[in-house]
Design a protein around this ligand. Structure first.
Ligand code: BES
Ligand code: MN
Ligand code: ZN
Length: 501
């Protein structure tokens, strides 16, 4: 565990294993670089003149035992041109400082990297981002490698140095919140990274139970297959029919708000493995379908964040957990099922299973008369085609709610983009045999999936986050990202009014 603080001392008199400062690619020294240069009798100016300092953003140079500084090491991080330096560059520089201090096994890092002027993050967000980035830097995949594990990271303390008294108070609030958000992200990443043979619907239910056991302000209720049948979730059950793994429906509650205040309800897609079912997927990268429960993981993570921060808000987390497999009992293309809402669905493609479990969970959300209901799902490959890996797809039936989520994502550096969910798209879902089909045409697949969900959320303020492109990375850096926990946590913090002055 890392401890965070905001010491009042001058950065030059701070005793740390490593002091990290930023350096702009320009002639004059400024900010923390100037203070360090003065205390070291022009060390930086000399190094700069000899061409030994990093200038490109994110590059670093380590100096040992700099005379005039209390810190044992000085890590100079390049910030690039001042006019191009913004939030993104600042985050990159902080990550570089964290990466550098992990490599040198510093126990105490003091951070004094200047904030961007143009695109100021503010002192509160400064604290939040540092805690959040520290969590990411320290995260290790819960792997199954049997060779000896690398040593635990040495980092124990991170100080935000050189802040004014007012800035310290705001930054400390940010650090506390960022730390909780990092815990949520790390839970989500762990759950996502686990293989499908470990992280099953029953495993997710167990984790939810565990969360409620260790956090007294959380309540949990788990529904087994028979109970799910009693809830009339015929659409959800049609997805798990082909699997030997029984489904679970999870309902969690955090009652931090006024007794009769309408809750925010989060609904997560928890397909613990998505083979596609009878509409079997192509083998390429099918292993990544173990991440198809990241919506569910996000919901558990948000419950954790709300509980850690004792948010004064009523929050409900619903998770539909199933495994999508082919088998002799599996649902076949053309099969017609009856959803909890009573609508009949013609399942034309068993690989469009996320919407089939979400529609029943969203209908269940009605009983809470929610202030807002937000579903989170790795729902469509089409969303990845549309937005790539940078933006979460956001849509719904209430523009204010969708824009509230977009704004939360921007503040949290976990961005989303609203897609146009108009009634045009619902027309693609016509079926000759049932109330609606589970797939539309070839184009606009992220939005037709949203339109399908929209048929089950009338009368509620609803938004849908398609995180198919943002929840994990492929290739050499394959792994969960912890997104969209920062976005959702920011939304919840705003709703709870935590940061109102
Ligand atoms: N879990 C997938 C979506 C997905 C695909 C996420 C690739 C991340 C990467 C979802 O269940 C799915 O299979 N969707 C289909 C829908 C189609 C059959 C209408 C898709 O996107 O191909
Ligand atoms: Mn699928
Ligand atoms: Zn899926």
């Amino acid at each position: 565990m890392v401890r965070f603080d905001t010491p009042a001392q001058n950065i030059t008199s701070l005793s740390a294993d490593c002091l990290a400062i930023g350096l702009f690619d320009e002639d004059a020294l400024s900010g923390s670089a100037k203070a360090v240069d003065t205390a070291t009798r022009g060390l930086l100016r000399k190094l700069k003149a000899s061409g030994d300092l990093p200038l490109r953003p994110g590059d670093t140079q380590l100096l040992l035992d700099p005379a005039g500084l209390k810190a044992k090491r000085l890590l100079v991080v390049g910030l690039g041109k001042r006019k191009d330096f913004a939030q993104r560059g600042w985050r990159k520089a902080v990550s570089a400082a964290l990466g550098g201090s992990l490599k040198m096994r510093a126990a105490h890092l003091a951070l004094a990297i200047d904030q961007p002027e143009s695109d100021a993050v503010g002192d509160y967000y400064l604290g939040r981002a540092v805690a959040d980035l520290t969590g990411s830097a320290l995260y290790r995949i819960n792997d199954f490698k049997t060779a000896r594990k690398p040593p635990r990271p040495a980092l124990r303390r991170v100080s935000l140095a050189g802040l004014s008294a007012a800035a310290q108070t705001a930054a400390r609030r940010g650090l506390v919140q960022g730390d909780a958000i990092a815990a949520g992200q790390s839970l989500l990443r762990d759950l996502g990274n686990l293989p499908g043979n470990v992280c099953t619907p029953r495993y997710l239910a167990q984790q939810a139970r565990e969360l409620a056991r260790s956090h007294r302000n959380l309540k949990v209720r788990i529904f087994d297959e028979a109970q799910i049948r009693r809830l009339k979730m015929g659409s959800l059950l049609s997805v798990s029919r082909g699997s030997a793994e029984p489904p679970r429906f999870i309902a969690m509650e955090h009652r931090g708000g006024a007794r009769n205040a309408a809750p925010v309800v989060l609904v997560g897609k928890g397909v613990t493995f998505d083979t596609g079912g009878i509409s079997l997927k192509d083998p390429a990268a099918m292993d990544e379908m173990k991440y198809d429960m990241c919506g569910a993981g996000s919901v558990l993570a948000c419950m954790l964040v709300a509980s850690l921060l004792k948010l004064r808000i009523n929050l409900v987390g619903l998770v539909a957990a199933v495994e999508n497999m082919p088998g002799s009992r599996a649902t076949k293309p053309g099969d017609i099922v009856t959803s909890r809402a009573g609508k009949t669905i013609e399942i034309l493609n068993t690989d469009a299973e996320g919407r089939l479990i979400l529609c029943d969970a969203l209908d269940y959300a009605r009983r809470y008369e929610p202030a807002a209901v937000i579903d989170i799902a790795t729902l469509t490959g089409a969303c990845v085609v549309a937005l790539g890996h940078h933006f979460t797809g956001i849509m719904g039936n209430d523009t204010d709610l969708a824009q509230e989520l977009v704004a939360a994502g921007t503040r949290a550096s976990d961005r989303g983009w609203q897609l146009p969910l108009t009634e045009d798209y619902a027309e693609d879902l016509r079926s000759n045999f049932a109330d609606l089909a589970n797939v539309g045409g070839r184009y606009g697949g992220a939005i037709t999936a949203g339109a399908f969900l929209g048929r089950f959320t009338q009368g509620m303020k609803w938004a849908h986050l398609d995180i198919a492109g943002t929840a994990w990375l492929s290739g050499a850096q394959k792994g969960g990202t912890g997104r969209p926990v920062p976005l959702l946590a920011d939304f919840l913090l705003q709703r709870a009014g935590v940061n109102k002055a």
